[in-house]
Design a binder for this molecule. Sequence first.
Ligand code: 13P
Ligand code: SF4
Length: 302
Amino acid sequence: MLKDLQEEILRLKKSRHAAVLAHSYQSAEILEVADLTGDSFALSVKARELEADTLILCGVRFMAETLKLLCPEKKVLLPVPEATCPMAEQIQPERVRDFREAHPDYKIVAYINTTAALKAECDVCVTSSSALKIVASLPEKNILFIPDKNLGAYVQARLPEKNIILWEGCCPVHNAVSEEEIQAAKVAHPNAKVLLHPELPAEVVRHGDMVGSTAEILHYAQNTTEDCIIGTEKSIADYLSLTRPSQQFHLLSKKLICPDMRITGLRDLLRTLEGQGGEEIQMDPGFAKSALRPIEEMIRLG
Ligand code: 13P
Ligand code: SF4
């Protein structure tokens, strides 16, 4: 049944000149039929290399918007319109505009988990794998970092020469993990490597053997023979357990489940390819120019 669905998807992709991009948090069966998989940075940087006329993004809305900004001439589809990242919606663009007016000497850095409307108010985007490098490369000392206070704090702790103002935003999934949970996981699995996403709170992140994006966590786990504690969305631990049965992967916390990232199934993807589901992402060309600028700056600096 699963294989039939996947075969139909592969057939339709070809006949419709469509490509599927899937964030690493998607299920294994979606990753298997995707043309491009990876973290937010990889999906943005490599999107322009795809030759298909239609791009289908399995992930959340801000990723589909980013794709449309990067590939305006292509049809970009989000299979489930309700798939949104709550963190991306946490700030009203006017508040950032007001900040800029009051603090003209600040560079405004936006995590890529932001709406296109918010990106249009910012100077440069970063992802979890590029934030440190990009902020370090900026000549400005004064930075406003939006919206993730945890990723911002991670950058701030490593770049003491910068004056970084943090916003009160966060990923509700990663931010829910407590220091007691990481301490308990380390006691339960004393020999396991601890791999953590920087969206986790600072008091959790400081326990990591490595801290990185979803792709960096996957890469680390796939290049060691040791067992690992996985401090990011459950799908990463599930995928590693499926593909590397000789190692054990322990999910740091039961709270690490993102409902929005899990909402898209193979049937949604199939319906989108059949032209019976999904939403086409529309972008006003004038506005798109301002929202694309910080993404291009991210690619240039990253
Ligand atoms: P990555 O930058 O690691 O892809 O993270 C995206 C995300 O939504 C993490 O919660
Ligand atoms: Fe957004 Fe967090 Fe879900 Fe990632 S895990 S999509 S940051 S809510």
